[in-house]
Design a protein around this ligand. Structure first.
Ligand code: HEM
Length: 621
C-alpha cells in the first residue's frame, strides 16, 4: 500500500509579476534570499519563509524517501486564491499555478500529483477551470473554507461542490483569511486559534444548512488540520441539536450522522488528539496530511501516525488506503502495483460508499476497540480484552435468539393448534446451546495466560468486574433467574440499568413457556392463594405430563430438552469460569469486591428452569 500525503504545498521557483499583470497591488511574489531559500512576500509585507522543497522535485523526493512517503498530492497556498479580487484575475492566477503544479508533477517521477485551485467567487468560472484541470491530470481541487462572508453552504459553492462530485474531483478544504484578526494581532494566533475555528465553522455550516443532505454521497471532501476544532466540539454541537430546535438548522439528522460524509487530514501534531480524532471520525475517515514543507508542517511526514498506538490496520488506512478512496484512485491493487503511478479514475463516477467486506463488517472500527491499559503494553492484555469482547458478542447473539424464542412461545401460546412456532423455538434454542458450548470451551484460550502475567496488569482493571457484564445479567433475567440485588452493579450506567430493569419486569422465558402450557390446557391456572411451592409443583407436573405423552407432544418435549440442555451448559460455563478463576487468581477476592471463587461456587446451584429438572424426579418407570 503506497503511503500518500494529501495535504502539502508547493510554490514554483518563479512566476510573472502579478501586480503588474493585473494592475492591482499586494499579490504574492517570491524573493530568493540565498541558494535554496526564499521568502514569499505579499506586496511589501513578509509572508513566509520557504525552501527549495517547494519548487525542486529532487529535494522533495529526497525528503519523501527520508520520511517513507511514496506519493504527495501537492496544492498551492491559499494566499494565491484571490477570492476577494476580480474573478478574471483569480482565474488567470489559478491557471498559472495549476499548470505550474502539473509541470512540477511531471518532474516528480510519478510520485507527485496535484490538486488545482479555482476562482470560487465565480461558480461558472470555477466549474470550468476544475473541468479543465481534471482533464489535464489534477486529482481534485483545494478550496478556501469561505468566499468572503459566504460559508461553504453558499448556493454557489454548493453548486461547485456538486460539480466536483460529478467530475469525480477530490476536494480539500483549507482554512484561510481567518476571522477576528483584529483580536489576534500577535503570536500567530490566526494560525493556532483562527484556523481551527474557521474549519469547524465550515463543517458545521455544511451540516446544519442541509448541504450534506442535498449533495450526493459521492462527493469526496476532506477538511484540513484534522477538521480544526470540529471533532472536539462535536458533543457540544450534538447536544444543542437535540435540545434546541433552532440549532438543527435545516439538517435532516443529528451532526454525528454526517461523519461518514467527509474526511479530515491528520495534521493535529499530538498523539492524544490523533487518537481522539480517529475515535470520533473513525479510522476510515482520517488521511495523512502534513502541511509540508511549511514551517508549521510535520517535520518527519507520517511520524505522528506511525508512532501512534493505533492498530496496524488503522495505520494502513490513515497512511494510504483512505487517501486512495478520497482521491478516487481507480483501484487499490493497481496503485499498489505501480506504487508511484497512481491513476485517477475520471472515466466514471467513483463510488466511495460502495459496500466492501470491511465496511459491511465494520472491521476497522472493530479492530480499534482493544485499548490495553498497561504501559508499556503487557503482551497478554490484548488476549484478555479480546476474549472478553468475544464473550460479549456471543452474549449479544444469545439475547437476540432468546428474545426470538420468547416471541415464538408467546405465539404458540396464543395459537395452540399451530406447531410452526414450537419448532422454530426449538431450532433457535439449539443455536443457543451450540453457542454456549463454544463459550464453555473458550476459557481454555485464556488459560494460556500465566497467573503472573495476569497479575502484572490486574490492578489496572479495578473496579471493573464480570459483575458489571450487563448482557450476562440480562440473559439470567430473561431466562427467569431474576435477582434485583444485582442491579446495583449497573447503577453507574443509566442505559444498562434501564434495560436490566425492563428485563426484570418483563415476563421471562420461563414465564412464557408455562404460559403457553397453560393456554394449551396442560397446566391448570394456579388456585388463588397457592404458595410458590405449590405453583412450582404444578408446573413440574405439567412438564411431567408432556413427557408421558410423547406421541402427541414430541415438539414440546424437544423444547423442554433444549431448555434443559441450555440450563446444563450455563452451569458448565459457571464451573469452567470458576476453574479459570482458581487457576489464575487462586482464592483471592474479585475486582468486583466478592470473595472470588468461593462466591462463584454458590452460583453453581442456580437453574433457569428448575421445574424441568424436578419433572425428571417425578417420572417413574
Ligand atoms: C483472568 C480471568 C478472569 C478472572 C480472574 C475472573 C474473575 C472473576 C471473579 C473473581 C468474579 C466474581 C465477581 C468479582 O468479585 O469480581 C467474576 C465474575 C464474573 N466473571 Fe469473571 N473472571 C475472569 C474471566 C472472565 C471471562 C473471560 C468472562 C467472560 C464474559 C467473565 C465473566 C464473568 C461474569 C459474567 C461474572 C459474574 C458472574 C455471576 O455473578 O454469576 N469472567 N469473575
Amino acid at each position: 500500500m503506497p503511503v500518500i500525503d494529501i495535504h502539502n504545498h508547493f510554490f514554483p521557483s518563479s512566476w510573472p509579476d502579478l501586480a503588474e499583470r493585473y494592475g492591482t497591488p499586494n499579490w504574492p511574489w517570491i524573493k530568493h534570499t540565498e541558494p535554496g531559500q526564499a521568502d514569499i512576500m505579499v506586496g511589501d509585507r513578509f509572508f513566509r519563509h520557504i525552501y527549495s522543497a517547494c519548487w525542486d522535485p529532487e529535494v522533495r523526493l529526497r525528503e519523501m524517501d527520508r520520511d517513507g512517503i511514496d506519493v504527495q498530492v501537492i496544492s498551492a497556498t491559499p494566499v494565491l486564491f484571490g477570492y476577494e479580487r476580480p474573478a478574471e484575475h483569480a482565474l488567470d492566477c489559478a491557471r498559472l499555478f495549476n499548470d505550474a503544479a502539473l509541470e512540477l508533477c511531471s518532474r516528480g517521477k510519478g510520485r507527485l500529483k496535484a490538486l488545482c485551485q479555482v476562482p470560487l467567487q465565480d461558480t461558472d468560472a470555477a466549474c470550468k477551470e476544475l473541468s479543465r484541470c481534471m482533464r489535464a491530470g489534477h486529482l481534485g481541487v483545494q478550496i478556501g473554507n469561505h468566499v468572503g462572508d459566504k460559508n461553504l453552504d453558499n448556493p454557489g459553492v454548493v453548486t461547485f461542490l456538486q460539480h466536483c462530485a460529478d467530475e469525480g474531483a477530490a476536494v480539500l478544504v483549507h482554512p484561510w483569511e481567518m476571522f477576528g484578526r483584529e483580536r489576534m494581532p500577535k503570536y500567530m494566533m490566526p494560525w493556532t486559534v483562527g484556523m481551527p475555528a474557521e474549519t469547524q465553522l465550515s463543517v458545521v455550516a455544511m451540516i446544519l444548512s442541509g448541504a450534506f443532505d442535498r449533495l450526493p454521497s459521492t462527493l469526496r471532501i476532506c477538511f484540513a488540520h484534522g477538521g480544526g476544532s470540529f471533532a472536539f466540539l462535536l458533543g457540544r454541537l450534538e447536544n444543542a441539536w437535540h435540545r434546541q430546535p433552532v440549532a438543527r438548522g435545516e439538517s435532516e439528522h443529528p451532526p454525528s450522522y454526517y461523519l461518514n460524509r467527509f474526511y479530515t487530514d491528520s495534521a493535529v501534531f499530538d498523539q492524544r488528539s490523533l487518537q481522539f480524532l480517529v475515535g470520533t471520525m473513525g479510522p476510515d475517515r482520517v488521511i495523512l496530511g502534513s502541511d509540508y514543507p511549511f514551517p508549521l508542517g510535520e517535520e518527519r511526514v507520517g511520524s505522528l501516525i506511525r508512532q501512534s498506538n493505533l492498530s496496524l490496520e488503522a495505520k494502513a488506512q490513515l497512511l494510504g488506503r483512505n487517501a486512495i478512496r478520497f482521491l478516487g484512485i481507480k483501484d487499490v491493487q493497481e496503485a499498489e502495483d505501480t506504487k508511484s503511478g497512481l491513476v485517477a479514475d475520471t472515466s466514471s463516477t467513483p463510488e466511495p460508499e460502495k459496500l466492501t467486506y470491511s465496511s459491511y463488517l465494520k472491521v476497522p472500527e472493530l479492530l480499534e476497540l482493544q485499548r490495553p491499559q498497561s504501559v508499556p503494553e503487557h503482551h497478554d492484555e490484548l488476549l484478555f480484552i479480546l476474549v472478553h469482547q468475544t464473550y460479549e458478542l456471543w452474549f449479544k447473539e444469545l439475547l437476540h435468539d432468546l428474545d426470538a424464542v420468547v416471541a415464538n412461545l408467546q405465539k404458540a401460546g396464543a395459537a395452540p393448534q399451530s406447531r410452526d412456532e414450537v419448532y422454530e423455538a426449538a431450532r433457535l434454542l439449539r443455536r443457543c446451546t451450540e453457542i454456549t458450548r463454544v463459550l464453555v470451551e473458550q476459557f481454555t484460550i485464556l488459560e494460556t495466560m500465566l497467573p503472573t502475567h495476569f497479575l502484572a496488569f490486574r490492578s489496572l482493571l479495578e473496579p471493573a468486574s464480570g459483575f458489571q457484564s450487563e448482557q450476562f445479567r440480562e440473559i439470567e433475567f430473561l431466562c427467569g433467574l431474576k435477582d434485583e440485588k444485582m442491579l446495583r452493579y449497573h447503577r453507574p450506567t443509566a442505559e444498562a440499568y434501564a434495560s436490566l430493569k425492563r428485563r426484570l419486569e418483563e415476563p421471562s422465558l420461563r414465564d412464557v413457556f408455562f404460559g403457553a402450557l397453560q393456554a394449551m390446557g396442560k397446566l391448570p391456572p394456579a388456585a388463588e392463594g397457592a404458595t410458590e411451592r405449590e405453583r412450582f409443583e404444578a408446573r413440574a407436573r405439567a412438564v411431567h405430563e408432556l413427557y408421558k405423552d410423547e406421541h402427541h407432544h414430541r415438539d414440546w418435549i424437544d423444547v423442554c430438552e433444549r431448555l434443559t440442555e441450555f440450563d446444563e451448559l450455563v452451569v458448565s460455563w459457571r464451573l469452567r469460569h470458576i476453574q479459570l478463576v482458581e487457576r489464575i487468581i487462586g482464592i483471592r477476592m474479585g475486582t468486583g469486591g466478592s470473595t472470588g471463587a468461593s462466591y462463584l461456587k454458590l452460583t453453581l446451584d442456580k437453574k433457569f428452569f428448575p421445574e424441568l429438572w424436578e419433572a425428571r424426579t417425578l417420572l417413574t418407570e
